[in-house]
Design a protein. Structure first.
Length: 364
């Protein structure tokens, strides 16, 4: 970055770029370089996703991600959570489904677990009963439940089961992410704030760029590029949408970005606006189409009152069975010999007792 900047600063035609780079470096980069820790893992865009192994196409997988993110967004608004917390929940959701399949982990339980964990990470805590109640209400609304929508009874078995499923999915989320969560609090919103100050852009421009960052979290690119690239892309798209002129030089180089990355993120955001609205009926039908024969229903099924003919597997019972030592043929033979010896001993003891009883009777 400094080599590129030095080369451009040396030119007499780039005084504006030099001043912009100077402000950006002094005000921001030197103070934030340590925030991107080694735990900050970026997922390549072309990686094969677990859902693809279960038969889902890339478009179907993207539709399910979009629906899950919209569900998190609506639940976050109802819970009066800040947008940063909602963005963290969406990032958790994307990372989880880069490790797990939509077919094998319930989208609804995952949305609740990610939102609940995000409230802890961003220090905006909400009670688990509030998260479950809001999600249950939204799901019933999306299923067109007759009005008025029945309120979830917190003393019912249904609530107890939903709570158990959410906690179990949260543990799965933590395990799949390796408990490395510190980097998730680094968001592009802070980068955007400093970049807008450096470029001296107005409030309307800032709001448009903020909206683009909100939208980028509905796509998987939010875990494929670092936060500062997402912030620069939001500025890039906003300048085109509002016809606002930016420095004619390659201004993004001052923020340590390349045009290729910006165009990749921008293409994903713009493709999001071409997607059709995803309904809950589509989600249910898609997952049911690819549902395998053996699934842990306590994680998978969001419904609590529906019956299924699909055989289930209790992981606790499997783990308990696997933990028991296996008996070999040699051990079986040894056990049989021991049992035979014990039976022989019992038989001789019985005969001895009978003889003793006969002697006592004869003596009398």
């Amino acid at each position: 970055m400094y080599a590129i900047a030095g080369h451009l600063i040396g030119s007499s035609d780039n005084i504006q770029y030099a001043e912009m780079h100077k402000r950006a470096t002094i005000e921001f980069f030197l103070d934030s370089a340590e925030e991107l820790s080694p735990d900050f893992v970026l997922v390549p865009l072309d990686v094969i996703r677990p859902s693809e192994f279960d038969g889902l196409s890339l478009q179907e997988e993207s539709n399910l991600r979009l629906f899950a993110c919209e569900l998190v967004q609506e639940a976050g608004i109802m819970l009066k959570l800040p947008q940063v917390t909602i963005a963290t929940a969406m990032e958790l959701l994307h990372r989880l489904f880069f490790r797990c399949s939509f077919v094998r982990v319930s989208l609804f339980n995952a949305a609740g677990a990610c939102l609940f964990l995000a409230t802890k990470l961003e220090e905006t805590p909400k009670k688990i009963r509030d998260v479950i109640s809001v999600l249950d209400h939204l799901i019933k609304l999306k299923r067109r439940t007759p009005s008025p929508v029945p309120v979830l009874n917190l003393d019912s078995d249904e609530f107890a089961l939903l709570r158990k499923q959410l906690v179990k999915t949260e543990r799965l989320l933590l395990r799949e992410l390796g408990f490395a969560l510190t980097h998730l609090t680094v968001k592009p919103y802070k980068y955007l704030y400093y970049y807008l100050k450096v470029l001296k852009l107005d409030r309307e421009f800032a709001q448009t760029a903020w909206n683009y960052i909100n939208d980028v979290y509905r796509t998987a690119v939010c875990v494929s590029f670092p936060p500062h690239v997402l912030a620069v892309t939001a500025i890039y798209l906003s300048s085109h949408a509002l016809n606002v002129g930016l420095p004619e030089v390659e201004w993004w180089l001052a923020f340590d970005c390349c045009l290729e990355d910006i165009e990749d993120v921008a293409a994903e955001i713009l493709s999001l606006y071409q997607m059709k609205k995803v309904t809950i009926d589509y989600v249910t039908a898609t997952i049911k189409k690819y549902e395998p024969q053996f699934i842990d229903k306590e994680i998978r099924t969001p419904e609590t009152n529906t019956k299924s003919t699909t055989p289930t597997t209790d992981r606790a019972e499997v783990a308990e069975a696997e933990s028991k030592p296996k008996t070999t043929e040699k051990q079986k033979a040894k056990k049989h010999k021991k049992d035979k010896s014990q039976n022989k001993h019992r038989s001789s003891h019985k005969k001895h007792s009978e003889r003793s009883e006969k002697k006592r009777r004869k003596f009398k």
